[in-house]
Design a protein around this ligand. Structure first.
Ligand code: SF4
Length: 99
């Protein structure tokens, strides 16, 4: 069974109105597949995230709540790198800008 609980909680929250993933296959975001299939799931999830107006807020939410899967267009490893990048932001800045 896919680990969807945190994802399902997220999409029930009103703060996620307008999210591109509402109604999408949640298995893409928290894939139980391995290898190439997992990469393909991740690719499809990230594709949805690219069109989402909540992308950076979503990535921040996942970082703050230590979630797994694709959030804000980033997988677990990419969010770890994002966390490190955020830790070296200049004083007063709390968010990364999307490049
Ligand atoms: S950034 Fe991606 S995972 Fe986050 S709300 Fe938008 S579509 Fe969903």
């Amino acid at each position: 069974m896919p680990k969807r609980s945190s994802f399902d909680v997220r999409i029930r929250e009103t703060q996620w109105e307008g999210a591109a993933c509402v109604g999408a296959d949640t298995n893409l975001f928290v894939s139980d597949n391995k290898g190439h299939k997992r990469k393909m799931d991740e690719y499809q999830a990230k594709k949805l995230c690219k069109s989402c107006p909540l992308q950076m807020a979503c990535a921040d939410f996942a970082l703050e709540n230590h979630l797994t899967g694709v959030w804000g267009g980033y997988n677990d490893e990419e969010r770890k790198a994002l966390k490190i990048a955020k830790s070296i932001l200049p004083r007063g800045r709390t968010r990364l800008r999307r490049v």
